[in-house]
Design a protein around this ligand. Sequence first.
Ligand code: NCD
Length: 305
Amino acid sequence: MRHLLNPLDLTVDEITDILDLASDIEKNPDKYKEACKGKKIATLFYEPSTRTRLSFETAMLNLGGNVIGFSDASCSSASKGESVADTIRLVSCYADICAMRHPKEGAPFVASLHSSIPVINAGDGGHQHPTQTLTDMMTIRSLKGRLENLTIGLCGDLKFGRTVHSLIHALVRYTGIKFILISPPELRLPDYMKEEVLLENNIPFEEVSSLDEAIGKLDILYMTRVQKERFFNEQDYIRLKDCYILDNAKMAMARPDMLVLHPLPRVNEIATEVDKDPRAVYFKQVQYGVYVRMALILTLLEITV
Ligand code: NCD
């Protein structure tokens, strides 16, 4: 039985297979509409979510399966003090696969140790978010035609943003990748990510604080929200929350084929005027998220169509 806790749980070939399957699902959705008949996914969300939870649920419903779960820890037995280990033991009796989001780093890993069904990490604290990464990779591959030879600007909260951490982990395995890390000094990428992931894999990167300086060099601009819920101090959040705002004036400095991705939710970091720019693909990204989650569910349940 396989879990997905970190993008590195999948080999590059397995990721290619999942993205190929996701593209086939995009082209032939009807072929898959009964593939998970009689199966259930449990979505165990201990932290707020709109897209990720609904995306998993839509994915399972599109495959003909069913959905159980909770969207708020306060309406689960966690509020009575039940451990993640006990919760997953009983969920294993109800469902065939589960997606878990938790504010604590490592909670889905703990769940996987006690689970008899595949556990998918749907975001654990500031750590990892592998299904957002598969979504980002499908978006880039579908719209750029490749996952190699790309200069990728990661902009915003690189300290707490788990989507950024997961995406870097996954992309360092492709050739010709270069990162430009755009953040205020307080929200820089953690040292362990620089040392153990970027330097360890000889990946070229620059750390800058000006988006204007970097934007003209990018193939991909990955914008992120400042992660309010992970700040200890409200004053710091208020000071940093609007550190970058992508607007049409900034887009005018970008290459004509640069793509703007964002895992969403957006707060102020992308002005709504940018939504009309054909290079803004963050809403398309949401649709790709459903296809990759369908492909992942089929893969982890070992269902072939
Ligand atoms: C992201 C997350 O939860 O980490 N959202 C998502 O899953 N699409 C990004 C965020 O919350 O800023």
